[in-house]
Write a protein that binds this ligand. Structure first.
Ligand code: PEP
Length: 262
């Protein structure tokens, strides 16, 4: 792995844990990482709670000086106004949120968010000083029809249409067929697509930006397979769904360096 990119392990809680459960969970996670003597400077760990938990988690992180990053699961493409139910990037930034998921396959399929919506949300994140974690990935049908990289690369290019080339982003390659299925991609498959995404970044933003941008793999990551992904040169971390809701499991994923042979 290229050492200039700090690995990033992101936990997407989806619609799980209310704010009281979130407080208890983050306290336990912080203790568990401390207990395991985790070196926070060597791996960045970020949690993505539901929007109603963000204030509670932010207050806890701040008060106890916990070295966990904070991310949101979605944002509005608008800044303010008559958009009932939407959450502005400005409000997230005011809560010290650092990252925001954009283009997750559940938003793309369940909420019909196409490439144009994703691009405008990436732009909104950038406007408000949030780092968009841009999720891209092919369905099983896409894989059969177009091969492994075409759809994720096209989604990445489209998502960057409204931001300057030097905008800070994180890319998460999440094959739709691997999310929540228990059937992760192989490390070789993940490497192949992550390398293609990085090559696209070279073309869009230049070699320097491509070399410093983290490209994560996501889809049925757990403690037993994380190390195999992080051994690949273009995989810089993981976006974790189900396994991020178990303190011991998430701790073990964050501490992938302690696994044999990494
Ligand atoms: C996700 O939803 O981003 C995800 C990767 O889920 P899981 O880890 O449960 O497959």
């Amino acid at each position: 792995m290229v050492t200039t990119r700090t690995p990033l392990i992101a936990g997407n809680w989806k619609m799980n844990l209310d704010h009281l459960q979130a407080i208890a969970f983050v306290q336990k996670l912080a203790w568990s990482l401390k207990d395991a003597k985790h070196d926070f400077s060597s791996v960045e760990a970020v949690v993505f709670p539901p929007a109603t938990d963000l204030r509670s988690v932010q207050t806890l992180l701040d008060a106890d000086k916990l070295e966990l990053g904070l991310g949101a699961q979605d944002l509005s493409s608008h800044d303010s106004g008559a958009y009932t139910g939407e959450i502005s990037g400005a409000f997230l930034r005011a809560l010290d949120v650092q990252y925001v998921l954009v283009g997750h396959s559940e938003r793309r399929t369940l909420h019909s968010e196409g490439d144009d919506v994703v691009a405008s949300k990436v732009a909104a994140a950038h406007r408000h000083g949030l780092v968009p974690m841009i999720c891209v990935g092919e369905t099983a049908a896409d894989l059969e029809e177009h091969g492994p990289s075409a759809v994720p690369v096209a989604q990445l290019r489209a998502s960057l249409a409204e931001v300057p080339a030097d905008a800070e982003i994180v890319v998460a390659y999440e094959p739709v067929w691997a999310i929540g299925s228990g059937q992760a991609a192989t490390p070789e498959q993940a490497q192949q697509v992550c390398a293609a995404l990085r090559q696209a970044l070279v073309e869009i933003a230049g070699p320097e930006r491509a070399a410093t941008t983290r490209v994560l793999y996501g889809g049925s990551v757990k403690s037993s397979n994380i190390a195999s992904f992080l051994r690949e040169p273009d995989v810089d971390g993981a976006l974790v769904g189900g396994a991020s809701l178990d303190v011991a499991e998430f701790t073990s994923i964050v501490r992938f360096r302690s696994h044999v042979g990494v």
